[in-house]
Each structure stands twice: as C-alpha cells, then as structure tokens.
Write a protein that binds this ligand. Sequence first.
Ligand SMILES: [Zn+2]
Ligand SMILES: [Zn+2]
Length: 258
Amino acid sequence: VPSDLSITVLGCDGTYPAPDGACSGYLVRSGTTTIWLDAGSGTLAELQRHVRLADVDAVVISHRHPDHWLDLALARNVVRYIQPRPPLPLLAPTSLLDDAATMFDLDEGSFEPDDVADGDHRRVGDIDLRFSRTDHPPVTLAVHCQSAGATLAYSADTGGEWSMAAFGVPVDLAIWEATYPDGGNHVRRRHHATPTETGTNARDAGVGRLVLTHLLPGTDHGVAGRAAADAFGADVDVARPGARFAASPPPPPNQETP
Ligand SMILES: [Zn+2]
Ligand SMILES: [Zn+2]
C-alpha cells in the first residue's frame, strides 16, 4: 500500500517571524491522519488554509520556546468557544505543558495532555511517532513519523551535536533546522545549526532528502541551500510556507527551486 505521508509547511521562520512569515509549524498528514506539529505564531492562520481544527487528530509541540507554541493558546480559543470538538490530544514535553497551564486551564477539556520524553513512542491514527531529545537547552524533542513504510522526521531546534541518526531508523525526508548562516558572527551560535552542519549531519545519518528550516529572518535561502547541498552531496530544499513535501515517492527533479 503506498503511503501518502507528507509534511506541509505552515511557518518556518527561525526564532521570530519575518514580514509575511510565521514561526515554526507544520502539518503532517497521511491518508487518514492529520498532526499539527509545532504551533508557532502565525501557524494557526496558515493551518486554516488546509484543514479545520476539528480535523486535526493531535497537536505535537517540540519544546517550550515561544516561537514553537504560542498559537496553541489561540487554538484553545477556537476549540473551547467557537468550534467545540472532543479534547485534542496534545503531545509535548512536561516543561511545555507547565507553560501552557500558565495561560489557560489544561484540565478544562480543550486538550488531552500527554507528556512525552526522549525515546518515547506514540501512535496517532496510522502514524507512528518517536521522539528524540536534541542539542537545545530546554527539553526539545525531534519527531520521527512513519506510516505505511514511509518516514519523515523534523529536527525541531538543535545544535550540531544531535543528529537524526539518534532515531535509529531510516529517514526518507528530513526537515532539519539551519538557523544561523555559515560564517556568521551571532551572539548565540550554540544550540542551533548552520547549513553546513545540517548538511553534514544529514549525509552522515543517511537521510534520503533534506529540507532546511528555521532560518533566521533575512537569511539568503539560496546561499543556505547551496552550502547545505555541498555538505549533503545532493540537492537540498529550503522550507517556505505552503510548501508540501511528500515522504514517498520522491518528487521529480527540478520541481522546486530555492
Ligand atoms: Zn525556534
Ligand atoms: Zn528553541
């Protein structure tokens, strides 16, 4: 049975949103299942281009940094007051659930909290999830998704000390952060990666296809993509809102240009 596993970019700006941009958020979809993966600011608006919240089977939040989850508090408004639905499963580290509980009552029934940790497995619909703690200071969980033999993974935020090899299973399609440009002189370079680091780690982990994400606003995507491709040894895409990447089968060459 062929898999329809894919990831659609709702927002991909690193750390803060660019003009007309949004922070981190994605839709992971198979034939029957929809997962909202990270809920950074601007992603609830984008999500409504694709699905209703009533059709989302679970929300997964990678970590407690605000660029990855602030729209969760607004999604709560929708499901509590405007479009009631059964409690929406919310898979996230304990630290994120604690933060969310300071903004609204987690026990009110809008969400069904499920605290996940490094090495955990979950199943949502027909998608198997596994989680791996990355090189990023608050507990941050990268997410691996498998459905009908196809696989994709999302790095969340990480420095170069973590790799998707940590999942211990193949990754057909990698959505992997590259926050800082190569050769830059940023105040806090640690705990985020550059295109060259990510391309190198993706090559060493044997991922099938690489998409860069979480680039700082103002980053030259062409330069970043080429640096990652040089290290990866194959073409690399750069995420942009609205782009959909299929885990399988791979698209024909030259379908996307950076
Ligand atoms: Zn971030
Ligand atoms: Zn972060």
